[in-house]
Design a protein around this ligand. Sequence first.
Ligand code: SF4
Ligand code: SF4
Ligand code: FES
Length: 363
Amino acid sequence: MQVGLKIWRYDSTTGERALREYELDAPEEATLLDCLDLVKDRQDGTLAYRKSCRMMICGSCGMRMDGAAVLACKTRMYDISQAGHVPVISAMGNLPIVKDLVVDMEPFWAKFKAIKPWLEPGYDQPEVNEEHVITQERMNVIHKESLCINCGCCVSECNSMESDPEFLGPQALAKGMRFVGDPRDAATVERLDAYSSEHGIWDCTRCYFCNERCPKGVDPRDAIAKLGAEAMAAGIDDDMGAKHANWFVTSAKTTGWLRETELVPKTQGVVSSIKQMKFAMGLAKKGKVPPPIPPHVAEGVKESRALFDLVKEQGRDGALGIVQGERALSRLEHEHGADGGHGSRDQADITPGEEPTRKRGTD
Ligand code: SF4
Ligand code: SF4
Ligand code: FES
């Protein structure tokens, strides 16, 4: 097949940048990485990119195609070639470019190290010749997080990192959840405390681009939600983001809807609220602020309160609740719900370790 590629070339020593176009003849099964190899072998030996395993294991070949992060060795070129499209290939975002498609991964590894990616000892050692057995339910909490290959595709697309380079980011936080969720780790509270501080969990904007672009189904945003839930279950809720989330719950439980007029004082405190009085008055003049007294109570508030009680009664606080929600949504998405025509599947019907197949990005 005929493949066209436009590649952003960059030389960090001279600052030169140019978009170069290449045309090549490639086998129909070729991936983007195979095509780059062909360009390098036959047309331009100076093209720089990273690779190693060629099979989505090592995480070396992250780059952008048409502005979205991909693993080059996972991206088949057949459909793109047949459509006559010439994709633009560039280096990953949010990391400094060294040359062409090679980025400096040092800031990435610094954050990885900062979350202490190892098990802190202190757990009961199993007897000699015995294994440490962990229940499937606990394993489900960190199953996805354990799939990470440290490719950086999520970091490349992270909105928060773009505005705050100090933000720990989706990869480091997903890795953090892998240890917080491990029942053998003896530093859960210290970890949650550290990850909840500035540039941590609550600085995520929930844009979900990391979930969309992760080539391994780690769903880093879901991992961050699990960390937030675990932090709140452990009483670590001083951050404004945690207070915000807490108010959502209290508000829904008491009146069945979100009382936005109270959101700022409950989240940011009295001083900040006073500073924002002028803005609030402007909203009130435009009829955007409902009278606080008597408080508006939703018609179905009993249902909202019953749901709150049910969640408490079932012990769904923390990450386990998020995992249950994810699995329920996956079953609905794949029509395994009660009226989906395929019969419903209980937790027990899912093979241990199995995650239902989920829709991913375009590759
Ligand atoms: S959801 Fe959060 S961590 Fe993920 S890309 Fe968006 S801002 Fe970054
Ligand atoms: S979470 Fe996904 S995208 Fe991010 S580094 Fe790990 S495997 Fe790559
Ligand atoms: S070359 Fe290893 S993941 Fe692509």
